[in-house]
Write a protein that binds this ligand. Sequence first.
Ligand SMILES: [Zn+2]
Length: 431
Amino acid sequence: MNEVARTVIVRSTPLPRKLFRVFVELEGMYRNMVEQLVLYAVRTGVISFTRLKALKYRELRSQYPQLPSHYAYTTCQDASTRAKSFLRVKKEGLAKRGYPEVNRVSIWLDDHLWRMKSLTSIEIATHKGWVVIELELHKLFWKYMNSEWRVASEAKIKLNKWERRLVIYLVFKKIVEAYRPRGFISVDVNENHAAVLVDGKAYLFKTDFRDIILGYYYRRKRIQEKYDKFYGASCRVKKKVLEGLKERERKSNLKWKLANIVVRIAVDKQYTIVLERLGKNPAKEMVNHFRDDQLRYRIYQASFKGVQRAVEEKAREHGVPVVYADPRNTSRMCPIHSSLIVYENDSRVGRCSRGGELWHRDVVACYNLLLRARLGNGSNAPSLGGLKVDGSPVPLGSTATYEPTEISRSLWARWKSLDATNKNKSMRISI
Ligand SMILES: [Zn+2]
Protein backbone atom coordinates (compact mmCIF):
# COMPACT_ATOMS: atom_id res chain seq x y z
CA MET A 1 0.00 0.00 0.00
CA ASN A 2 1.30 3.33 -1.06
CA GLU A 3 -0.03 6.80 -0.73
CA VAL A 4 0.49 9.20 -3.58
CA ALA A 5 -0.13 12.93 -3.52
CA ARG A 6 -0.65 15.55 -6.20
CA THR A 7 -0.88 19.28 -5.81
CA VAL A 8 -3.50 21.12 -7.80
CA ILE A 9 -3.42 24.90 -7.99
CA VAL A 10 -6.69 26.82 -8.06
CA ARG A 11 -7.27 30.54 -7.91
CA SER A 12 -9.97 32.40 -6.06
CA THR A 13 -12.19 34.88 -7.81
CA PRO A 14 -10.86 38.45 -7.36
CA LEU A 15 -11.61 39.50 -3.79
CA PRO A 16 -13.12 42.78 -2.63
CA ARG A 17 -10.51 45.19 -1.28
CA LYS A 18 -11.70 44.90 2.30
CA LEU A 19 -11.63 41.14 2.29
CA PHE A 20 -8.27 40.97 0.60
CA ARG A 21 -6.87 43.22 3.32
CA VAL A 22 -7.74 40.55 5.89
CA PHE A 23 -5.41 38.18 4.07
CA VAL A 24 -2.68 40.77 3.76
CA GLU A 25 -2.84 41.20 7.53
CA LEU A 26 -2.91 37.47 8.05
CA GLU A 27 0.11 37.04 5.80
CA GLY A 28 1.96 39.74 7.76
CA MET A 29 1.41 38.00 11.07
CA TYR A 30 2.19 34.62 9.59
CA ARG A 31 5.44 35.89 8.10
CA ASN A 32 6.41 37.43 11.39
CA MET A 33 5.87 34.20 13.27
CA VAL A 34 7.79 32.16 10.72
CA GLU A 35 10.71 34.61 10.73
CA GLN A 36 11.02 34.44 14.51
CA LEU A 37 10.75 30.68 14.53
CA VAL A 38 13.30 30.07 11.78
CA LEU A 39 15.86 32.34 13.42
CA TYR A 40 15.26 30.65 16.75
CA ALA A 41 15.47 27.19 15.22
CA VAL A 42 18.72 27.86 13.40
CA ARG A 43 20.29 29.61 16.39
CA THR A 44 19.40 26.93 18.92
CA GLY A 45 19.46 23.91 16.65
CA VAL A 46 15.90 23.01 17.61
CA ILE A 47 14.60 22.14 14.17
CA SER A 48 12.10 19.37 14.80
CA PHE A 49 8.48 20.47 14.42
CA THR A 50 7.31 18.85 17.67
CA ARG A 51 10.04 20.36 19.80
CA LEU A 52 9.68 23.75 18.19
CA LYS A 53 5.96 23.68 18.87
CA ALA A 54 6.45 22.54 22.46
CA LEU A 55 8.88 25.36 23.16
CA LYS A 56 7.22 28.22 21.30
CA TYR A 57 3.49 27.53 21.30
CA ARG A 58 2.61 29.67 24.33
CA GLU A 59 4.70 32.59 23.17
CA LEU A 60 3.11 32.57 19.73
CA ARG A 61 -0.38 32.36 21.20
CA SER A 62 0.18 35.31 23.51
CA GLN A 63 1.71 37.34 20.70
CA TYR A 64 -1.23 36.84 18.37
CA PRO A 65 -4.23 35.91 20.54
CA GLN A 66 -6.59 37.00 17.76
CA LEU A 67 -5.30 34.30 15.38
CA PRO A 68 -6.85 30.84 15.38
CA SER A 69 -4.61 28.65 17.51
CA HIS A 70 -3.62 26.25 14.75
CA TYR A 71 -1.55 28.89 13.00
CA ALA A 72 0.90 28.27 15.83
CA TYR A 73 1.11 24.68 14.56
CA THR A 74 1.45 25.39 10.87
CA THR A 75 4.02 28.16 11.34
CA CYS A 76 6.12 25.72 13.37
CA GLN A 77 5.87 23.17 10.56
CA ASP A 78 6.74 25.77 7.97
CA ALA A 79 9.66 27.08 10.05
CA SER A 80 10.96 23.59 10.77
CA THR A 81 11.07 22.83 7.03
CA ARG A 82 12.80 26.11 6.26
CA ALA A 83 15.35 25.70 9.07
CA LYS A 84 16.18 22.18 7.92
CA SER A 85 16.71 23.20 4.32
CA PHE A 86 18.75 26.23 5.37
CA LEU A 87 21.07 24.08 7.48
CA ARG A 88 21.43 21.60 4.64
CA VAL A 89 22.35 24.35 2.19
CA LYS A 90 24.72 25.88 4.73
CA LYS A 91 26.41 22.54 5.26
CA GLU A 92 27.07 22.32 1.55
CA GLY A 93 28.54 25.81 1.71
CA LEU A 94 25.86 27.21 -0.57
CA ALA A 95 24.09 29.59 1.81
CA LYS A 96 24.25 33.18 0.61
CA ARG A 97 24.03 34.62 4.11
CA GLY A 98 24.81 33.37 7.59
CA TYR A 99 21.17 33.51 8.62
CA PRO A 100 18.01 32.23 6.97
CA GLU A 101 15.82 34.65 5.06
CA VAL A 102 12.09 34.40 4.75
CA ASN A 103 11.38 35.83 1.34
CA ARG A 104 8.40 34.21 -0.21
CA VAL A 105 5.62 33.16 2.09
CA SER A 106 2.76 30.81 1.50
CA ILE A 107 0.40 30.34 4.38
CA TRP A 108 0.19 26.73 5.49
CA LEU A 109 -3.23 25.53 6.53
CA ASP A 110 -4.31 22.39 8.33
CA ASP A 111 -7.72 20.82 8.82
CA HIS A 112 -8.62 23.32 11.53
CA LEU A 113 -7.80 26.30 9.37
CA TRP A 114 -9.65 25.53 6.19
CA ARG A 115 -12.40 23.31 4.78
CA MET A 116 -14.28 22.74 1.56
CA LYS A 117 -17.50 24.71 1.81
CA SER A 118 -19.02 23.49 -1.40
CA LEU A 119 -17.70 22.14 -4.66
CA THR A 120 -16.82 25.65 -5.73
CA SER A 121 -15.78 27.34 -2.50
CA ILE A 122 -13.63 26.92 0.57
CA GLU A 123 -13.62 28.47 4.03
CA ILE A 124 -10.49 29.78 5.70
CA ALA A 125 -10.10 30.60 9.39
CA THR A 126 -8.60 34.07 9.93
CA HIS A 127 -8.26 36.56 12.77
CA LYS A 128 -11.60 37.95 11.56
CA GLY A 129 -13.35 34.60 11.73
CA TRP A 130 -14.20 32.15 8.96
CA VAL A 131 -14.09 33.63 5.48
CA VAL A 132 -15.68 32.07 2.40
CA ILE A 133 -13.59 32.11 -0.75
CA GLU A 134 -15.08 31.34 -4.16
CA LEU A 135 -12.85 29.36 -6.49
CA GLU A 136 -12.28 29.64 -10.20
CA LEU A 137 -12.31 26.02 -11.17
CA HIS A 138 -10.70 24.32 -14.08
CA LYS A 139 -10.73 20.98 -15.83
CA LEU A 140 -7.88 19.45 -13.87
CA PHE A 141 -9.58 20.20 -10.57
CA TRP A 142 -12.74 18.46 -11.73
CA LYS A 143 -10.75 15.53 -12.93
CA TYR A 144 -9.36 14.99 -9.43
CA MET A 145 -12.67 15.75 -7.73
CA ASN A 146 -14.49 13.21 -9.88
CA SER A 147 -12.05 10.37 -9.33
CA GLU A 148 -10.78 8.28 -6.47
CA TRP A 149 -8.51 11.08 -5.28
CA ARG A 150 -9.52 12.77 -2.06
CA VAL A 151 -8.67 16.25 -0.86
CA ALA A 152 -6.03 16.17 1.86
CA SER A 153 -6.27 18.26 4.99
CA GLU A 154 -3.15 20.26 4.27
CA ALA A 155 -3.30 23.20 1.91
CA LYS A 156 -1.35 26.36 1.24
CA ILE A 157 -2.38 29.78 0.07
CA LYS A 158 -0.45 32.55 -1.57
CA LEU A 159 -1.54 36.12 -2.20
CA ASN A 160 -1.60 37.54 -5.68
CA LYS A 161 -1.57 41.24 -4.86
CA TRP A 162 -1.85 42.43 -8.46
CA GLU A 163 -5.10 40.65 -9.06
CA ARG A 164 -6.31 40.56 -5.45
CA ARG A 165 -6.75 36.83 -5.59
CA LEU A 166 -5.71 33.93 -3.44
CA VAL A 167 -3.75 31.17 -5.08
CA ILE A 168 -4.67 27.94 -3.35
CA TYR A 169 -2.49 24.83 -3.42
CA LEU A 170 -4.76 21.89 -2.80
CA VAL A 171 -3.31 18.47 -2.20
CA PHE A 172 -5.10 15.39 -3.49
CA LYS A 173 -4.18 11.97 -2.21
CA LYS A 174 -4.99 8.40 -3.00
CA ILE A 175 -3.97 4.97 -1.87
CA VAL A 176 -2.57 2.68 -4.51
CA GLU A 177 -2.20 -0.98 -3.90
CA ALA A 178 1.09 -2.56 -4.75
CA TYR A 179 0.89 -5.82 -6.62
CA ARG A 180 3.00 -8.91 -6.85
CA PRO A 181 4.91 -8.54 -10.06
CA ARG A 182 4.60 -11.37 -12.54
CA GLY A 183 7.36 -10.27 -14.86
CA PHE A 184 9.40 -7.40 -16.17
CA ILE A 185 9.18 -4.74 -18.81
CA SER A 186 12.49 -3.09 -19.49
CA VAL A 187 12.93 0.36 -20.90
CA ASP A 188 16.11 1.70 -22.44
CA VAL A 189 16.16 5.37 -23.29
CA ASN A 190 18.56 7.13 -25.57
CA GLU A 191 18.62 10.49 -27.27
CA ASN A 192 16.22 9.60 -30.04
CA HIS A 193 14.50 6.41 -29.02
CA ALA A 194 12.98 4.61 -26.14
CA ALA A 195 13.22 0.86 -26.53
CA VAL A 196 10.67 -1.17 -24.63
CA LEU A 197 10.91 -4.94 -24.21
CA VAL A 198 7.74 -6.83 -23.31
CA ASP A 199 7.52 -10.61 -23.35
CA GLY A 200 10.42 -10.94 -25.72
CA LYS A 201 9.04 -8.42 -28.16
CA ALA A 202 10.89 -5.16 -28.58
CA TYR A 203 9.32 -1.87 -29.53
CA LEU A 204 11.30 1.12 -30.58
CA PHE A 205 9.51 4.37 -29.90
CA LYS A 206 11.00 7.22 -31.85
CA THR A 207 11.18 10.26 -29.60
CA ASP A 208 13.56 12.48 -31.57
CA PHE A 209 14.32 14.40 -28.39
CA ARG A 210 17.80 15.09 -29.64
CA ASP A 211 16.59 16.66 -32.85
CA ILE A 212 13.87 18.60 -31.08
CA ILE A 213 16.34 20.02 -28.59
CA LEU A 214 18.99 20.74 -31.19
CA GLY A 215 16.39 22.44 -33.38
CA TYR A 216 15.28 24.66 -30.55
CA TYR A 217 18.83 25.31 -29.52
CA TYR A 218 19.83 26.68 -32.89
CA ARG A 219 16.59 28.57 -33.40
CA ARG A 220 17.03 30.14 -29.97
CA LYS A 221 20.58 31.07 -30.76
CA ARG A 222 19.56 32.70 -34.02
CA ILE A 223 16.85 34.73 -32.30
CA GLN A 224 19.25 35.81 -29.59
CA GLU A 225 21.90 36.90 -32.03
CA LYS A 226 19.43 38.79 -34.17
CA TYR A 227 17.88 40.74 -31.30
CA ASP A 228 21.11 41.30 -29.42
CA LYS A 229 22.57 42.88 -32.50
CA PHE A 230 19.79 45.39 -32.95
CA TYR A 231 18.34 45.96 -29.49
CA GLY A 232 20.95 44.90 -26.94
CA ALA A 233 20.96 41.91 -24.64
CA SER A 234 18.00 42.73 -22.41
CA CYS A 235 15.16 43.11 -24.82
CA ARG A 236 11.54 42.38 -24.01
CA VAL A 237 10.52 41.47 -27.52
CA LYS A 238 13.24 38.86 -27.62
CA LYS A 239 12.04 37.38 -24.37
CA LYS A 240 8.53 37.09 -25.74
CA VAL A 241 9.74 35.43 -28.91
CA LEU A 242 11.83 32.97 -26.96
CA GLU A 243 8.97 32.10 -24.68
CA GLY A 244 6.93 31.46 -27.76
CA LEU A 245 9.12 28.55 -28.61
CA LYS A 246 7.39 26.60 -25.90
CA GLU A 247 10.03 23.98 -25.93
CA ARG A 248 9.20 22.74 -22.50
CA GLU A 249 5.61 22.08 -23.28
CA ARG A 250 6.30 19.96 -26.30
CA LYS A 251 8.95 17.91 -24.62
CA SER A 252 6.99 17.18 -21.52
CA ASN A 253 3.92 16.28 -23.49
CA LEU A 254 5.77 13.55 -25.35
CA LYS A 255 7.48 12.14 -22.30
CA TRP A 256 4.19 11.82 -20.42
CA LYS A 257 2.61 10.04 -23.34
CA LEU A 258 5.47 7.60 -23.49
CA ALA A 259 5.36 7.09 -19.73
CA ASN A 260 1.65 6.42 -19.97
CA ILE A 261 2.11 3.74 -22.59
CA VAL A 262 4.86 2.00 -20.61
CA VAL A 263 3.03 2.09 -17.28
CA ARG A 264 -0.20 0.94 -18.86
CA ILE A 265 1.51 -2.18 -20.20
CA ALA A 266 3.01 -2.81 -16.76
CA VAL A 267 -0.36 -2.43 -15.06
CA ASP A 268 -2.15 -4.68 -17.55
CA LYS A 269 0.40 -7.42 -17.20
CA GLN A 270 1.29 -6.79 -13.55
CA TYR A 271 4.91 -6.33 -14.44
CA THR A 272 7.76 -4.52 -12.78
CA ILE A 273 9.43 -1.78 -14.82
CA VAL A 274 13.19 -2.00 -15.27
CA LEU A 275 15.03 1.26 -15.89
CA GLU A 276 18.71 1.93 -16.18
CA ARG A 277 20.21 3.55 -13.14
CA LEU A 278 21.31 7.04 -14.09
CA GLY A 279 24.35 8.51 -12.44
CA LYS A 280 24.48 11.89 -10.77
CA ASN A 281 26.81 13.12 -13.43
CA PRO A 282 25.14 14.17 -16.66
CA ALA A 283 28.28 13.38 -18.60
CA LYS A 284 26.84 10.14 -19.83
CA GLU A 285 28.87 8.47 -22.47
CA MET A 286 26.09 8.58 -25.01
CA VAL A 287 25.88 12.35 -24.93
CA ASN A 288 29.57 12.91 -24.81
CA HIS A 289 29.86 13.72 -28.46
CA PHE A 290 28.53 17.20 -27.79
CA ARG A 291 31.26 19.65 -26.96
CA ASP A 292 28.87 22.29 -25.71
CA ASP A 293 28.29 21.62 -22.00
CA GLN A 294 24.93 23.33 -21.89
CA LEU A 295 23.70 21.45 -24.90
CA ARG A 296 24.87 18.14 -23.55
CA TYR A 297 23.18 18.83 -20.25
CA ARG A 298 19.91 19.72 -21.94
CA ILE A 299 19.85 16.66 -24.09
CA TYR A 300 20.59 14.51 -21.09
CA GLN A 301 17.91 16.16 -19.00
CA ALA A 302 15.23 15.91 -21.63
CA SER A 303 15.85 12.50 -23.06
CA PHE A 304 17.17 10.50 -20.13
CA LYS A 305 16.11 12.17 -16.93
CA GLY A 306 12.87 13.49 -18.32
CA VAL A 307 11.57 10.17 -19.58
CA GLN A 308 12.71 8.33 -16.46
CA ARG A 309 11.07 10.79 -14.10
CA ALA A 310 7.83 10.64 -16.01
CA VAL A 311 7.84 6.83 -15.95
CA GLU A 312 8.69 6.82 -12.24
CA GLU A 313 5.92 9.20 -11.36
CA LYS A 314 3.27 7.43 -13.42
CA ALA A 315 4.42 4.13 -11.95
CA ARG A 316 4.08 5.41 -8.41
CA GLU A 317 0.61 6.61 -9.16
CA HIS A 318 -0.45 3.13 -10.22
CA GLY A 319 1.57 1.25 -7.62
CA VAL A 320 3.85 -0.28 -10.24
CA PRO A 321 7.26 -1.22 -8.83
CA VAL A 322 10.34 0.12 -10.57
CA VAL A 323 13.77 -1.47 -10.32
CA TYR A 324 17.05 -0.10 -11.55
CA ALA A 325 19.82 -1.93 -13.31
CA ASP A 326 23.38 -1.02 -13.99
CA PRO A 327 23.52 0.44 -17.51
CA ARG A 328 27.20 -0.18 -18.10
CA ASN A 329 27.95 -1.93 -21.38
CA THR A 330 24.33 -2.89 -21.85
CA SER A 331 24.56 -2.49 -25.59
CA ARG A 332 27.94 -4.15 -25.98
CA MET A 333 27.48 -7.46 -24.20
CA CYS A 334 25.65 -10.39 -25.70
CA PRO A 335 23.05 -11.41 -23.13
CA ILE A 336 23.30 -15.05 -24.22
CA HIS A 337 27.05 -15.57 -24.56
CA SER A 338 28.35 -12.77 -22.32
CA SER A 339 30.67 -11.87 -25.15
CA LEU A 340 31.30 -8.68 -27.03
CA ILE A 341 28.93 -7.54 -29.77
CA VAL A 342 30.73 -5.94 -32.66
CA TYR A 343 29.14 -3.03 -34.46
CA GLU A 344 30.57 -1.97 -37.77
CA ASN A 345 30.40 1.50 -39.32
CA ASP A 346 28.10 3.03 -36.73
CA SER A 347 25.50 0.44 -37.51
CA ARG A 348 22.67 -0.05 -35.05
CA VAL A 349 22.95 -3.78 -35.69
CA GLY A 350 25.92 -5.76 -34.44
CA ARG A 351 27.14 -9.34 -34.45
CA CYS A 352 27.91 -11.40 -31.39
CA SER A 353 31.60 -12.24 -31.42
CA ARG A 354 30.96 -15.74 -30.09
CA GLY A 355 27.58 -16.93 -31.30
CA GLY A 356 27.61 -14.90 -34.50
CA GLU A 357 23.97 -13.89 -34.10
CA LEU A 358 22.73 -10.41 -34.89
CA TRP A 359 21.57 -7.93 -32.32
CA HIS A 360 19.92 -4.57 -32.58
CA ARG A 361 21.67 -2.16 -30.28
CA ASP A 362 18.61 -0.94 -28.41
CA VAL A 363 17.15 -4.40 -28.08
CA VAL A 364 20.34 -5.78 -26.55
CA ALA A 365 20.29 -2.98 -24.02
CA CYS A 366 16.75 -3.93 -23.02
CA TYR A 367 17.64 -7.62 -22.71
CA ASN A 368 20.64 -6.79 -20.59
CA LEU A 369 18.63 -4.56 -18.31
CA LEU A 370 16.09 -7.33 -17.95
CA LEU A 371 18.79 -9.86 -17.24
CA ARG A 372 20.45 -7.69 -14.65
CA ALA A 373 17.16 -6.96 -12.97
CA ARG A 374 16.32 -10.68 -12.85
CA LEU A 375 19.68 -11.51 -11.40
CA GLY A 376 19.23 -8.75 -8.89
CA ASN A 377 22.53 -7.51 -10.19
CA GLY A 378 22.88 -3.89 -9.25
CA SER A 379 19.19 -3.57 -8.62
CA ASN A 380 18.13 -1.72 -5.52
CA ALA A 381 14.69 -3.25 -5.53
CA PRO A 382 13.33 -4.23 -2.14
CA SER A 383 12.36 -7.53 -3.69
CA LEU A 384 11.89 -9.01 -7.09
CA GLY A 385 8.40 -10.02 -6.21
CA GLY A 386 9.04 -13.66 -5.46
CA LEU A 387 10.25 -14.42 -8.95
CA LYS A 388 12.63 -17.28 -9.13
CA VAL A 389 16.07 -15.93 -9.76
CA ASP A 390 17.77 -18.84 -11.40
CA GLY A 391 20.40 -17.06 -13.40
CA SER A 392 19.60 -19.00 -16.50
CA PRO A 393 19.98 -17.00 -19.69
CA VAL A 394 17.10 -15.33 -21.45
CA PRO A 395 14.82 -17.78 -23.16
CA LEU A 396 16.05 -17.37 -26.67
CA GLY A 397 17.42 -19.51 -29.39
CA SER A 398 20.79 -18.26 -30.43
CA THR A 399 19.96 -18.33 -34.12
CA ALA A 400 17.06 -15.92 -34.08
CA THR A 401 17.50 -12.28 -34.91
CA TYR A 402 15.85 -9.78 -32.70
CA GLU A 403 14.34 -6.99 -34.58
CA PRO A 404 12.37 -4.30 -32.87
CA THR A 405 9.12 -2.88 -34.14
CA GLU A 406 9.88 0.72 -34.82
CA ILE A 407 7.11 3.17 -34.18
CA SER A 408 7.30 6.72 -35.43
CA ARG A 409 6.49 9.58 -33.16
CA SER A 410 3.53 10.75 -35.17
CA LEU A 411 1.98 7.33 -34.60
CA TRP A 412 2.55 6.61 -30.93
CA ALA A 413 1.97 10.15 -29.77
CA ARG A 414 -1.70 9.53 -30.48
CA TRP A 415 -1.92 6.23 -28.65
CA LYS A 416 -3.17 5.39 -25.26
CA SER A 417 -1.71 1.92 -25.08
CA LEU A 418 0.41 -0.56 -26.90
CA ASP A 419 -2.62 -2.45 -28.17
CA ALA A 420 -2.67 0.03 -30.96
CA THR A 421 0.38 -1.64 -32.46
CA ASN A 422 -1.73 -4.53 -33.60
CA LYS A 423 -4.20 -2.28 -35.31
CA ASN A 424 -1.69 -0.04 -36.98
CA LYS A 425 0.70 -1.04 -39.62
CA SER A 426 4.04 -0.28 -38.13
CA MET A 427 7.29 0.04 -39.89
CA ARG A 428 9.69 -2.81 -39.42
CA ILE A 429 13.40 -2.57 -39.52
CA SER A 430 14.88 -5.21 -41.70
CA ILE A 431 18.15 -6.54 -40.51
ZN1 LIG B 1 25.91 -14.11 -28.47
